[in-house]
Write a protein that binds this ligand. Structure first.
Ligand code: NAD
Length: 274
């Protein structure tokens, strides 16, 4: 088994973003809303803020207000002319409808492809701002496996933030895409026929030896927190002797996702102008 670390690819992305920001001549400004009481989300927000400094982006985090105040707060941020972008980390506070949140924020400051206009452009195969994790997965798959034209890719998980937008990006790259989910009857029958498996089910140990053919590339997007720390969906111990490549959790998809989010912020600021 080979383990892929995303740090080098993320560094290349961040260098490109840094150059784009330098050309823009000002620091793009972004606000990230998160649940400060969720340790994982807070740690991700802190890493994001650190990476933003290096890229020349002015990124601040703030905790979600109570549920009834979230939409009014998003409306205020949408109207703030000094902000280029706003991100709302998932899960949103209980009771907040994701579609209403995206509509309140508007398409222009949405850097995670959640507004129907941005999601719709992606679905139509038009140039679009795709969610950072989906963009990261396409880049990693190409980095490890080369051009995706004609490749058999199976996605495990069909959420609005990972599986659905990623299926569109992979179609655009010429791959043959199968989208599986919790109601899929025989997951292994699908994944065994794949050259590339991208798993974002959030189920530790879901992908084992019976799920993979020799030579498969596996992108493990999931972050499952448990007694043994942070692990993905792939049963690494059971695959140790197999001829497969698996992305590290959390240093495989994670840093590249951060890099793609920063790139999306810079792109939004460039569209808004100097
Ligand atoms: P979600 O709960 O919204 O979606 C999970 C998807 O997995 C659903 O489509 C569900 O049907 C499917 N699923 C569940 N059990 C399955 C099974 N046994 N077989 C096949 N499909 C199954 O979750 P999400 O927001 O998409 O996040 C998924 C995971 O990815 C989480 O662990 C999350 O922390 C992680 N994540 C990581 C990043 C990153 O950048 N590394 C970004 C976003 C999410």
């Amino acid at each position: 088994m080979r383990i892929f670390n995303g740090t080098a690819l993320a560094a290349r992305l961040n260098a490109e973003t840094q150059a784009r920001v330098a050309e823009l001549g000002r620091a793009p400004r972004c606000r990230v809303l998160l649940d400060g009481s969720n340790a994982g989300m807070a740690a991700y927000g802190a890493r994001l803020a650190d990476s933003a400094v290096a890229a020349g982006i002015d990124l601040e985090t703030e905790s979600y207000p109570q549920a009834a105040e979230v939409l009014p707060r998003l409306a205020t941020l949408a109207a703030d002319a000094t902000l280029d972008a706003v991100a709302t980390l998932y899960p949103l506070p209980a009771g907040v409808d994701p579609l209403q949140a995206a509509l309140t924020l508007g398409a222009a400051k949405d850097i995670d492809g959640l507004h129907p206009e941005n999601a719709g452009l992606l679905a139509l195969g038009a140039p679009a701002r795709a969610p950072a994790t989906a963009r990261a997965c396409r880049l990693i798959a190409e980095d490890i496996a080369g051009p995706l034209t004609g490749r058999e890719v199976v996605l495990v998980g069909a959420s609005r933030i990972v599986g659905r937008p990623l299926a569109q990006l992979l179609l655009d790259a010429g791959a043959t895409v199968t989208l599986t989910h919790a109601d899929t009857r025989d997951l292994a029958a699908h994944t065994r026929g794949a050259e590339i498996v991208i798993t974002a089910a959030g189920r530790a140990g879901l992908i084992g030896p019976d799920h993979l053919a020799d030579g498969t590339v596996v992108l493990d997007v999931s972050i499952n927190r448990g007694a043994h720390g942070v692990i993905g969906d792939v049963d690494l111990a059971a695959l140790a002797d197999r001829d497969v490549t698996v992305t590290h959790v959390p240093d495989g998809v994670g840093p590249v996702t951060t890099g793609c989010l920063l790139a999306n912020i810079a792109a939004t600021a460039c569209e808004a102008g100097s």
